[in-house]
Design a protein around this ligand. Structure first.
Ligand SMILES: [Zn+2]
Length: 450
């Protein structure tokens, strides 16, 4: 049992309850046993007691879009738009293998944990024929770091010779991709309430996947009871591609393929007209908002305020680290607020709404709202204690504002199911230097010869 006291608590429950001087008790079952104002009082046994003076306790952040393998291909194609950036990187990605993905995932997930993330998805869609078991490699990395993990089995089957964007040697045959996706679900997916590992189905994007694979992937996911994810409406180029190839907008295309619904969340959703925003809201289709990646690639300013007003679940994502080298989920709280205000003015998104995107919004996107995303009795104890009494934050009396508007805050403690994964700004279960060296070796091996 863990007791955290003398702490400001932002529960992010439906009422936005906060306690300026509060407590949270974590039970031996890894769930939240109590939350409230004042001290926790006497507790049976000998719980670990943590003094949260100077800190803010929030739900752990949920990362709703990532490509972990990209950690070892950062810093390239710095001034390209999406299609140019992809065209530069596809040949390098065609060389990845299980060692490179394991190294990248270890570094990327370790960094995410240090940025306040307790649950992350991954969208992996590059499976070289001789690359080994890359999905197993990233699952092993997540287990070692201790994060709750929602990897999705991605795929591409529309190579350049068929009118797609990726070179033919990085795409799969349609049936082979579907069979491998089903095998991944059968092997790994754990649907239990406290699950640490859930698999999703995620063909890559309209310009790298056939209509057949998109439709069959949706049917597979629904047959297996898992969630669906893809990139959609990220850039103007994609809009043009869909209009010329399919005669409709990306969201209309998704609707034709059965890709709207409460079991779907889409990465980006930047270029949406009013009808598309209304459609996503009415169908409960989620959006993984990735403000830093959208900025890095010059993709545009997503309509987050409009999506929220329409009722769509919106979470935050860092996106792949090759299109967003910082990959720091805590910083995305501020970036999301900035992007919303650049688009809609100073009242477009509040600090508390931004925190809600990063927590409850993400939990909704991943289908975990019953267990994650807020600090409520009975929910899983995925919690982050942010230190806000140092030079960068002290003096900002409103601690939620300090977290969101201030610089990236140090993580004093991060718990996943009540188990520490970060303490005093350091990973508990892995050595950051060892993760760095392994990722450095993988990066050099991939880039040598290019
Ligand atoms: Zn992406």
């Amino acid at each position: 049992m863990i007791v955290i006291e003398n702490v400001t608590v932002a529960t992010v429950d439906a009422d936005g309850t906060e306690h300026t001087d509060g407590h949270v008790v974590v039970g031996d079952d890894g769930r939240i046993a109590a939350v409230g104002a004042g001290g926790a009082g006497a507790r049976p046994g000998s719980p670990r007691r943590i003094d949260g003076t100077g800190c803010l306790l929030t739900p752990g952040l949920v990362n709703t879009h990532h490509h972990l393998y990209q950690w070892v291909t950062r810093g390239l194609a710095q001034d390209d738009n999406l299609f140019g950036w992809l065209t530069t990187l596809y040949p390098i990605w065609g060389r990845i293998d299980a060692e490179a993905v394991g190294a990248a995932a270890g570094a990327g997930l370790g960094w995410l944990a240090l940025s306040g993330c307790t649950t992350s998805m991954d969208h992996h869609y590059v499976f070289p024929h001789d690359g080994g078991d890359v999905l197993a490699a990233e699952i092993e990395a997540a287990a070692r770091i201790g994060l709750r993990f929602h990897p999705t089995r991605g795929s591409m089957d529309l190579g350049r010779s068929s009118g797609g964007l990726p070179p033919d040697n990085v795409v799969e045959e349609t049936d082979a991709a579907l069979a491998a996706t089903e095998a991944a679900i059968d092997r790994w997916h754990d649907p239990s309430p406290g699950s640490m590992l859930r698999i999703g189905v995620s063909p890559c994007s309209p310009f790298s996947v056939t209509r057949e694979l998109m439709s069959e992937a949706a049917a597979l996911a629904r047959r297996k009871g898992v969630r669906l994810h893809t990139h959609l409406a990220e850039t103007d180029d994609e809009e043009e591609f869909c209009r010329s190839r399919f005669g409709c907008s990306p969201v209309e295309y998704a609707e034709q393929l059965g890709w709207l619904g409460e079991d779907v969340w889409l990465a980006h959703g930047v270029h949406l007209d009013d009808a598309a925003v209304a459609k996503l809201g009415a169908t409960g289709t989620g959006v993984a908002h990735c403000p830093s990646s959208n900025a890095r690639l010059g993709a545009g300013l997503a309509r987050v305020r409009d999506l929220l007003d329409a009722g769509a679940p919106v979470g935050l994502g860092v996106d792949g680290s090759a299109s967003q080298e910082a990959a720091h989920l805590g910083e995305e709280l501020r970036q999301a607020l900035y992007v919303a205000r650049l688009r809609g003015g100073p009242t477009a998104l509040s600090a508390r709404e931004s925190l809600r995107l990063g927590t409850m919004g993400g939990a909704r996107c991943l289908g975990r709202a019953d267990d994650l995303g807020s600090i409520e009795v009975g929910k899983l104890a995925d919690l982050v204690l942010w230190r806000l009494d140092g030079l960068g934050h002290d003096g900002i009396d409103d601690k939620v504002a300090a977290l969101v508007l201030g610089p990236a805050a140090p993580v004093e403690l991060a718990l996943v199911g009540g188990r520490p994964v970060v303490e005093h700004g350091h990973l508990v279960n892995a050595d950051a230097h060892a993760l760095t060296l392994r990722a450095r070796r993988a990066h050099r091996r991939l880039l040598d010869g290019f």
